[in-house]
Design a protein around this ligand. Structure first.
Ligand SMILES: Nc1nc(=O)c2c([nH]1)NC[C@@H]1CN(c3ccc(C(=O)N[C@@H](CCC(=O)O)C(=O)O)cc3)CN21
Ligand SMILES: CC(C)C(=O)C(=O)O
Ligand SMILES: [Mg+2]
Length: 270
């Protein structure tokens, strides 16, 4: 634990960082032990991602993850975290019924310790985003490869290739920002498209497989520690390679994101 504890990050502070051009470093986190490590290493935002269904549970997608499981892991992370901004992922089926269901699910994550909730999907979610924001719940939107829709999208494929698909994603991003989303995750899309969306919005855009020109980056923790099974996706870098332990690997990730040296457009991008 560092001698000088950081002040807890706020949405106000994240907006200031973004306005000043400082990149935001986000990692997924699923438990208290890692939350301590990430907090001490200076990670700005922790996402309790529904990717835990694949990473922790060994399932083939994020579709089976339940709200109850997300609440449990959010509570675990909140217990270990002191100063990072904590984002809870709404799982598949926990907001699609309508605004009332979305508010109930978001409330469960906020009461478990989340500071913000994230939900996947395009323009159709804008009304729900507005509804939650008006009721005091900060919302992060998520566009591009939205894993909860993997069976509809036809696999883990790069999104927004082609003019029409790119224009649609740009329109959805604008609609979500207008609805009050305070942050936007862009997953798996060409650099140029993610750069254009980041430029067009004032809110921080956090990329994963979306190029270096986003306002910040996120990776799945176990991927950047070289712990995920199988061949990693192209956008992953193993920060354990040459690192002196886990805390050092996480500090190297934070440093690389802040310096703009990760992701490398030659290696990790589309
Ligand atoms: N461990 C883990 N890491 C992740 O980043 C992640 C998850 N799990 N689970 C939920 C989703 C699924 N994700 C994935 C999974 C696979 C690819 C993948 O294999 N992509 C190909 C690109 C295919 C194309 O060119 O269209 C690649 O080579 O990167 C990408 C994102 C991202 N998310
Ligand atoms: C990869 C990030 C953006 C995510 O949604 C997750 O980890 O569930
Ligand atoms: Mg997710």
């Amino acid at each position: 634990m560092s001698a000088t504890a950081r002040k807890p990050l706020t949405l106000h502070r994240l907006r200031e960082m973004h306005a000043a051009g400082e990149k935001i470093a986000m990692l997924t986190c699923y438990d208290a032990a890692f939350a301590r490590v990430l907090d001490d290493a200076g990670v700005d935002c922790m996402l309790v991602g529904d990717s835990l269904g694949m990473v922790l549970q060994g399932q083939a997608s994020t579709v089976p993850v339940t709200l109850e499981q997300m609440v449990y892991h959010t509570r675990c992370v909140a217990a270990g975290n002191r100063s990072a901004w904590l984002i809870g992922d709404l799982p598949f089926g926990s907001y699609q019924e309508g605004n009332a269901q979305a508010l109930r699910s978001a409330t469960a994550l906020m009461q478990a310790g989340a500071h913000m909730i994230k939900l996947e999907g395009g323009g159709w979610t804008a009304d729900t985003v507005r509804f939650l924001v008006e009721r005091g719940i900060p919302v992060c939107a998520h566009l591009g490869l939205t894993p909860q829709s993997v069976h509809a999208l036809g696999g883990w494929r790069v999104q927004g290739r082609g003019e029409e698909a790119a224009a649609t994603l740009q329109r959805h991003a604008k609609e979500l920002a207008d609805a009050g989303a305070a942050m936007l995750v862009l997953e798996l899309m060409p650099n140029a498209l993610a750069a254009a969306i980041s430029q067009a919005l004032t809110i921080p855009v956090i990329g994963i497989g979306a190029g270096p020109q986003c306002g910040g980056q996120v990776l799945v923790l176990h991927d950047m520690l070289g712990l995920a099974p199988g061949k990693p996706a192209r956008f992953v870098r193993d920060f354990m390679e040459g690192a002196d332990g886990i805390a050092h690997a996480v500090r190297r990730y934070v440093g690389a994101v802040k310096a703009g040296s990760f992701p490398d457009p030659e290696l990790h991008c589309y």
